[in-house]
Design a protein around this ligand. Structure first.
Ligand SMILES: Nc1nc2c(c(=O)[nH]1)N[C@H]1C(S)=C(S)[C@@H](COP(=O)(O)O)O[C@H]1N2
Ligand SMILES: [Mo]
Length: 222
């Protein structure tokens, strides 16, 4: 169970809604209607594979209530996700079928719009990392990442790639789409926001971006 009075991570502020967010200039690359799940698993594997909804359905479905923290300082609390543990996807599908290189250290996730985030394998094997296809008991809408997205609650939102299209197995990290402004690791508890400014200024500038980015996304999305 969750409580709504717990304290948020450093620098975060709760909001009562869960806005559509992200990079406004790529939002038009997202199809207006959800596509079927089709995730390619490539990179340092012996046999690239594609994962579809029926492959994922062989795994146990996980329900999870977790908070979501954008690096610009907004947090949405108590989100009810449903989907599959990334650890189960890795262990039961990727490892036996794609046979990753034993030296694999990182995994990069890419969305239909080209947004990419790279995480250490050990970070994404954490129990709370999901490939989520439902929010609040209904299939994910286009706004929150249909047909399926990564949910990595211990990391800032820029790591939780929406509209997941590709999983790349890597022997070393590659840059995120957010690399110029975001911290490469992005862990919320350590306030790994990124950028050159001191942390208090990172918070102030992040906060100043929220409203304009929301307006742009609303204007540019179909
Ligand atoms: N494919 C894709 N995933 C993305 C983004 C994006 O622009 N494209 N933006 C990221 C950022 S910065 C945030 S805060 C969250 C926002 O998720 P939401 O729109 O469900 O609130 O998605 C992340 N994942
Ligand atoms: Mo974000």
């Amino acid at each position: 169970m969750t409580t709504s009075t717990r304290t948020l991570p450093p620098g975060q502020r709760a909001r009562s809604d869960f806005p559509r967010f992200g990079h406004p200039l790529i939002v038009r690359r997202v199809p207006s209607q959800p596509r079927p799940v089709d995730i390619e698993v490539t990179g340092a594997v012996q046999a690239p594979i594609r994962l579809h909804a029926d492959d994922l359905a062989t795994l146990d479905r996980r329900e999870q209530i977790s908070d979501f923290h954008c690096v610009t300082t907004w947090s949405a609390t108590d989100l009810r996700w449903s989907g599959y543990a990334f650890g189960d996807v890795w262990t039961s599908l990727v490892v036996p079928q794609a046979r990753p290189d034993a030296r694999a250290s990182h995994v990069a996730f890419t969305g239909i719009d080209g947004w990419r985030a790279c995480l250490p394998l050990e970070d994404v094997l954490a129990a709370d990392v999901l490939l989520a296809d439902r929010l609040d008991d209904v299939p994910l809408g286009i706004d929150h990442g249909a047909p399926i997205r990564l949910v990595a609650p211990a990391h800032y939102g820029f790591k939780s790639v929406k509209h997941l299209r590709r999983i790349q197995v890597l022997l070393e990290p590659i840059p995120d789409s957010a690399a110029r402004i975001g911290h490469p690791r992005g862990r919320v508890a350590l306030e790994e926001r990124g950028g050159f400014l001191p942390l208090p200024l990172q918070r102030v500038f992040g906060r100043a971006l929220i409203a304009p980015l929301q307006v742009l996304i609303r204007l540019l999305s179909r």
